[in-house]
Design a protein around this ligand. Structure first.
Ligand code: SAM
Length: 176
């Protein structure tokens, strides 16, 4: 199981990026996202996508990040904080791959220092600055390999029929 903890989301300013963190996590096989701010608009837009495109991705609004991390560790999970200042992914990936319940923590502007101490791993996806969406996507790809791209999304109302050219989306009947 892999879930995401999104820290420091500023309603208005980070709306688009946080929505994309959630949609990317969902598409690449995470089970859900904990949002450490109160923004019901984000929850709604991600759940609306899930309703139409299937799967069981959850979004939990306004969670305390400290207790979220603590509960995850108490349940035997591993906390991976993505930060450009951490150990580079190729150097820790093997150790992380041996864990089976991972909380991926991504920040926005500035991440509280305590997160660095609470995390089991502070991991960089290269030690160069980029973004929470790109670092999370690359991390999930490394973690799950090809499985990340071939997820099943049960109870979808629609699905894409992959096309070499053009766009094709078909409606799915509920009994299928
Ligand atoms: N400058 C901020 C800081 O020092 O915490 C980070 C800002 S960055 C736009 C937002 C988030 O993207 C970070 O909290 C981190 O999760 C992620 N991020 C950016 N570059 C990264 C990298 N090279 N490796 C891992 N995560 C990265």
């Amino acid at each position: 199981e892999v879930a995401i903890l999104r820290l420091g989301h500023r309603p208005q300013r980070d709306q688009r990026v946080t929505t994309h963190v959630g949609l990317t996590a969902r598409a690449l096989g995470a089970t859900g996202m904990y949002l450490s701010s109160n923004d019901t608009g984000i929850v709604k837009s991600i759940l609306d996508v899930g309703e139409r495109w299937g799967g069981k991705f959850f979004v939990e609004n306004d969670v305390g990040w400290h207790s979220c991390i603590r509960r995850w560790k108490e349940a035997g999970g591993t906390v991976v904080h993505l930060t450009m200042f951490g150990l580079n992914l190729p150097d820790v990936e093997e150790e992380i791959l041996s864990r089976d319940k991972i909380l991926v923590v991504v920040g926005a502007e500035k991440v509280p220092g305590e997160v660095y101490h609470l995390a089991d791993f502070n991991v960089a996806v290269s030690n160069q600055p980029h973004s929470e969406i790109s670092s999370m996507a690359i991390f999930l790809d490394h973690l799950m390999g090809k499985d990340a791209l071939v997820q099943k999304f049960p109870n979808a109302q629609v699905r894409v029929v992959p096309c070499k050219e053009g766009k094709l989306v078909e409606e799915i009947k509920p009994e299928e």
